[in-house]
Design a protein around this ligand. Structure first.
Ligand code: HEM
Length: 556
């Protein structure tokens, strides 16, 4: 039954119940009719539709699962992307799975199907509303939440700030935080009783600090120095926001956010002013933290923006001009407005929202990518040693290699691409159908939600061969014949919504890794250690990834 028929049924039932009440004051009959309709709707949603009426009910897939939660428990309790990978192995390249309250999700694996959803017909397959609402609250109402024409204009305006020349000018800004990280790790190891044995570090935490410092510097020209100063205002507010979305809080957070109208309500000034009310209920307390952190981050963004507006001359050729992304956006806006009064101009508010978007989209993702790469190298000493052989001579000549030098390191490229393939920091995303159309020969009704199964595509044996799930950097020296850069690896997805920060993230990862591997050796922290990816939006290590780190004994 379509949503229109359902709401029509509800409307006429309540009118009928109202009439009975009015005409006969027969409260019990009205209640009976209402509860009967409610029971029918629940029965329809949970049983009738998924088992007997859904037009895609014949597609292969796992059993419908729990009558209320469907396959949701398997997804939330499993490792990100792994249940979906098992379904594809068992049922083939088109899979139907039922989530909570009977909501269906489809997986399409073939490149042509994904191309249609992500590239050629992207306007008809936007990010679903629930996803945009949640992203908006936690990662700003910026590029991640706009769609259609608004997205086209915003993206066109922002692309130059992420272009290769802009990134080449920025690479040097990575090195203050990187050097600070190297010095901190070195001095902590040196202060151990047996420095030669190295020290165990929670590597995810350190990667999170260094990437926060880098993104704040390169995206807004703002110095957090979270490696030394955990009490920096922005770092603190942002850390609270992240903690609020982890562990038990994440499930609670999602459960609250999907209630219709909640995200809109939480954006209101009223909700912020009365945030302390939420602390009276244990399960709602994280909302107070969310509102507080968001407010603080927005205040800081407003200050940063005001400074940029004062400081940014229009002349983009000015070599002294600030090179961070936000300064580039402010300068581009001034220049466009001076050239053409009617040009698209991003509002102050939209520019401010990008602070959250860059933090939300660019920080944890890069930190996870780095942490997983260190994990994979700790478990593959041969690849690690080969990488050290490659980076050491370069760093001995110049400890701050530029964009080109980093890009030319062949084995570093293989290691980073392979790590992002097997353990993609964003393992999955979603799209929804805005129209009814055929995809891979299946008639997909409007309103259908799709899993875009990034991790599954990246490790699909049909494309990558029998060892698809293994970390083997040398495969990038001899790629499979069928390899297609926009469909064989979806780590940054493809099409107009593909990650705008892709090249920035890759070059940043390379700069951090080259310096780390030239200075330290990495090993698992204990025998039998296994990777523990979370099932969250960004696939971080649950255990913060302890690794044993030793100083490189002798520079080669
Ligand atoms: C290894 C690091 C990163 C990974 C794996 C990653 C992955 C992704 C993915 C999968 C998407 C698409 C999400 C979707 O459509 O549902 C995306 C979008 C996006 N990413 Fe990244 N990202 C990374 C780093 C960055 C960085 C450093 C920035 C910016 C400073 C950034 C900014 C964005 C933005 C703004 C979007 C939305 C693009 C649009 O819709 O036009 N990302 N990213």
């Amino acid at each position: 039954m379509s949503p229109t028929i359902t709401s029509e049924l509800l409307r006429s039932t309540s009118q009928f119940a109202g009439r009975i009440l009015y005409d006969h004051h027969n409260l019990s009959l009205a209640l009976l009719v209402l509860s009967g309709t409610g029971a029918y709707l629940i029965f329809h949603r949970l049983i009738l539709y998924p088992y007997f009426l859904s037009p895609v009910r014949h597609l292969p897939g796992p059993p419908l699962g729990h009558p209320i939660y469907g396959q949701f428990p398997a997804i939330i309790n499993g490792e990100a992307g792994i249940p979906q990978r098992e379904w594809v192995k068992e049922h083939g390249p088109v899979v139907r799975a039922v989530g909570p309250i009977g909501i269906e999700r489809l997986i399409f694996m073939k490149p042509e199907a994904l191309h249609k959803i992500l590239v050629s017909d992207w306007v008809d397959y936007p990010r679903p509303g629930f996803m945009r609402d949640i992203l908006g609250l936690t990662a700003g109402f910026g590029l991640l939440t706009v769609t259609g024409n608004e997205h086209k204009q915003m993206r066109k305006f922002m692309n130059p700030a992420f272009s290769i020349p802009s990134l080449m000018a920025q690479t040097d800004m990575y090195y203050d935080p990187i050097e600070s990280l190297i010095n901190t790790l070195q001095s902590q190891i040196a202060s151990e009783t047996h420095p030669e044995d190295g020290k165990e570090f929670m590597m995810y935490e350190w990667m999170s600090k260094v990437t926060l410092d880098i993104i704040c510097e390169t995206a807004f020209g703002y110095r957090t120095d979270s490696l030394h100063n955990p009490h920096n205002e922005l770092a603190e507010a942002y850390e609270k926001l992240l903690n609020m979305q982890s562990g038990r809080n994440l499930a609670r957070f999602i459960a609250i956010m999907v209630i219709p109208g909640v995200t809109r309500f939480l954006q209101s000034e009223w909700a912020y002013r009365h945030r302390h009310w939420f602390t009276y209920f244990e399960s709602l307390a994280p909302i107070a933290v969310l509102l507080d952190s968001m407010h603080r981050i927005k205040q800081i963004s407003a200050t940063i923006l005001a400074e940029k507006m004062r400081d940014s001359p229009v002349t983009s050729s000015d070599t002294e001009a600030k090179r961070d992304v936000m300064s580039l956006l402010v300068r581009a806006r001034k220049a466009d407005m001076e050239k053409d009064k009617g040009a698209y101009a991003m509002s102050d508010n939209a520019i401010m929202e990008q602070v959250l978007t860059f933090l939300g989209a660019g920080h944890e993702t890069t930190a996870s990518g780095l942490a997983w790469t260190l994990w994979l190298l700790a478990n593959d000493q041969e690849s690690q040693a080969r990488l050290r052989d490659e980076v050491t001579p370069l760093l001995a000549d110049n400890p701050r290699p530029d964009y080109r030098s980093l890009k030319d390191l062949r084995w570093l490229d293989c290691v980073v691409m392979e790590s992002l393939r097997v353990l993609p920091p964003v393992p999955m995303t979603f799209r929804s159908a805005e129209k009814t159309d055929y995809i891979d020969g299946v008639l997909v009704p409007k309103g259908t939600i799709f899993y875009i199964p990034i991790r599954v595509v990246n490790t699909w044996k049909a494309m990558w061969g029998e060892d698809a799930e293994e970390f083997r950097p040398s495969r990038w020296l001899n790629l499979p014949k069928a390899y297609n850069p926009s469909s064989s690896v979806l780590t940054f997805i493809a099409g107009p919504h593909a990650c705008i920060g892709k090249t920035m993230a890759i070059i940043e990862m390379k700069a951090v890794l080259a310096s780390l591997i030239a200075n330290f050796e990495f090993e698992p922290a204990y025998a039998g250690q296994v990777a523990q990816p979370t099932a969250a939006v960004t696939m971080k290590p649950k255990d913060n990834m302890p690794l044993r780190v030793r100083r490189v004994s002798r520079k080669q």
